[in-house]
Design a protein around this ligand. Structure first.
Ligand code: SF4
Ligand code: SF4
Length: 79
């Protein structure tokens, strides 16, 4: 398989995005509140969240800071 890594699209042509700064708005997961339900991972349009050891983990390299995950989280663990 040739192109195994990640989403296959998104790197490079950022024409549609208004240039989010690379590090400014990465969401924070409160591990005390996270129940590992995976709703944030399903909701993220960029595939930037994984559930590791029962807690959500944001991949800052993929995250665009859209905060869809924060809205999706039923426990309010993401801010
Ligand atoms: S802010 Fe957006 S891109 Fe970043 S992890 Fe949340 S849903 Fe994904
Ligand atoms: S939606 Fe909230 S509780 Fe569920 S895995 Fe994501 S951060 Fe954790």
């Amino acid at each position: 398989m040739g192109r195994g890594r990640g989403m296959g699209r998104g790197m490079g042509g950022g024409a549609g995005f208004a240039g989010a700064p690379p590090t400014a708005t990465i969401p924070t997961v409160d591990v005390e509140k996270c129940v590992g339900c995976g709703e944030c991972a399903k909701a993220c349009p960029f595939g930037a969240i994984e559930i590791k050891d029962g807690k959500a983990t944001v991949n800052a390299a993929l995250c665009r800071g859209c905060k869809v995950c924060a809205s999706a989280c039923p426990t309010g663990a993401i801010s």
